[in-house]
Design a protein around this ligand. Sequence first.
Ligand SMILES: [Zn+2]
Length: 200
Amino acid sequence: MRRREDGWDGAAAGPAKLVDRLRGSVIAIFAAIVRIPTMVRPLCVAPHDVLRTPAQPVRLFTKEIRLLVHDLIETMYANNGIGLAAPQVGCSIQAFVVNPSAQRGREVVVINPRLDASRGRAAIVEGCLSLPNIWERVKRAARVRVSGQDARGKPLTVEADGLLAIVLQHEFDHLQGRLLIDRLSWFRRRHLRRGTDGCG
Ligand SMILES: [Zn+2]
């Protein structure tokens, strides 16, 4: 999911605290010492088959999976994102990273996610790194509980509201082969298709 340039979502997170900046620095230094070869991967944009393909579950938590997660994080930051799913870099596997705060070290990595519960209603204007120039108000649940595994296969559960809940649902959709435009009205989708040939 793309960060809004008017600062609305960044403002929600508040300024970076010293402890968060230090945590981000420690992680960066650790990555340099152990030489984790991260790289920014090219993004897949619509229309691309991988964005419309349900992603495969991760069975083995290999070094390659951990490298992919590092690359997802770097690619998300390099593109001013607050969330990124593996299909968006061409890997059709069930993995995504989110971080609405933009403070390094606060990324949430979810592999093989399940949407266990959702409550309430929310709607904000969303952008997607795979849909350039599209910003649309999308209706979603206000609160969610997502469970899955971290990059090493350890079970995790995330309970979220606010922007984190929205980003979790946006990235979860990517793993089902769904894009934010699928959640718009028929009339709105038709209007967008006229302006962005092939994005529907
Ligand atoms: Zn997206």
